[in-house]
Design a binder for this molecule. Structure first.
Ligand code: ADE
Length: 225
């Protein structure tokens, strides 16, 4: 998979992809991540990438031209499955979207700033608008990092234990059951006996029960879908 991220703050995206699982995924060749600075495509003297909004009002709007030339350049080089815009008014991201997107070959992710991008960018180029939750971030970069992480870890071979992505919370519309490691007792708090029993059937049953119990308690909406 190839992911091109378009941003005015490339520095914000340096560390999320340079350590741990995301770093290994790139080193092993599962994903290529390119961060492009939109400012490099600004043609005016001051390299401005934003402008006042028509109709007045506080807040700048990201200009069409630099973003359009960058997107058009990339689209001449290859075909993209989706051109995604990270925005609080997009569709709220869920595991099933990540599953679908993890099958993509090429993705563009545009990070918004200020009041957002000129609407015509959305009309002409954007194929999908994604929000990572009902709150507003200072920019789309951290949202893009969340999206990329959630997608890349699903690419086969990225996680060491191939089955572990399948047992994640949400993957089967259930939250994960509680987990424990050593010691078997901490300040009077004991690991449930069944987990120490070695009885794999019983353990599996216990985990399913706990997952269901936790989901009913915390996210009953998942069970209604
Ligand atoms: N940009 C600002 N807030 C955002 C959010 N919640 N999701 C996606 N992009 C954003």
């Amino acid at each position: 998979m190839r992911i091109d991220i378009l941003t005015i703050l490339p520095k914000l995206l340096e560390s999320p992809f340079s350590i741990s699982i995301m770093q290994r995924a790139q080193e092993k060749g599962h994903v290529e991540i390119y961060v492009h600075n939109i400012r490099d495509y600004a043609t005016n003297k001051h390299k401005n990438v934003d402008d006042y909004q028509y109709g007045g009002g506080a807040g700048m709007v990201m200009s069409i031209e630099p973003i359009a030339s960058l997107i058009e350049k990339l689209c001449e080089e290859r075909t993209y499955d989706e051109i995604i815009y990270m925005t609080p008014d997009g569709e709220v991201l869920a595991q099933n979207h990540c599953n679908d997107l993890s099958l993509s070959k090429n993705l563009i992710i545009l990070c918004g700033h200020y009041k957002g991008v000129d609407e015509r960018i959305r009309e002409k180029y954007i194929t999908r608008e994604i929000s990572i939750g009902s709150y507003v971030l200072s920019g789309g970069e951290l949202a893009a990092a969340v999206l990329v992480d959630a997608i890349v870890r699903l690419i086969p071979g990225v996680l060491n234990d191939e089955t572990s992505a399948l047992t994640d919370s949400f993957q089967d519309k259930l939250l994960s059951p509680p987990v424990y490691t050593r010691p078997p007792e901490f300040k009077g708090l004991k690991v449930p006996d069944v987990l120490l029993s070695g009885n794999t059937k019983e353990i599996e049953y216990w985990r399913e029960e706990k997952a269901l119990e936790r989901t009913k308690e915390r996210r009953p909406d998942l069970l209604e879908e």
